[in-house]
Design a protein around this ligand. Sequence first.
Ligand code: AMP
Length: 220
Amino acid sequence: MPKNPAYLILLGPPMSGKGTQASHLIEQLGIPQVSSGDLFRENIKNQTRLGLEAKDYIDRGDLVPDQVTIGMVEDRLNREDCAAGALLDGFPRTIFQAEALDGILAELGASLSGVISVDVPEDVLVERASGRRICRLCGQSYNLTSNPPQKDGICDLDGGELYQREDDKPGTVRQRLAVYQAQTSPLIEFYRSRGILKEINGDKPIGDVGKDIAAVIAGL
Ligand code: AMP
């Protein structure tokens, strides 16, 4: 197990399964999942100023500007439940954000324990996006082919209605993947050169990927 506090990043393209894996791992790790995408969606749902500012970027498949994103994640990491660490999912997504994260962690007297990069071929990602459905109530994610709910359109956990995210529709998915290639994929080299990158094949059944990630984390 990584030393305490353990700040870990799950890095990977949209639809690589980072969010699903993170939500399974937090129980084992005893640290919260900090997902920038979830934080934005929560702000949009609650119609906060930050949510209104972020919405147009998200609907287009673009990144929300760094300053807005960094401020939001910094606030989250300063909450008490992150004192023992956090599993970051969807952040950082640019080199600028990665450098800002170093500063935020330094202020907390901490540093990154490891970065797990989940790799999935692009055609698989596009296919996954078209089948992804999310619960309106709890945010649980399903896939119509690989991880379907027991009842069509209904969340197994709380009976909430399942919906397709606006930004999972085909045109926006292609934009999100292009943005990932241009702005986020350089982080792989950034963290590899620091010797803290662990690479995982994400093109396997959810449970197998989860086991691989858990094994990597156990060895940190
Ligand atoms: P996700 O749920 O992680 O796929 O994020 C959904 C959308 O939220 C992304 O397509 C971006 O528009 C925005 N977003 C999430 N995380 C970040 C980030 N770290 N930097 C900028 N934009 C982000």
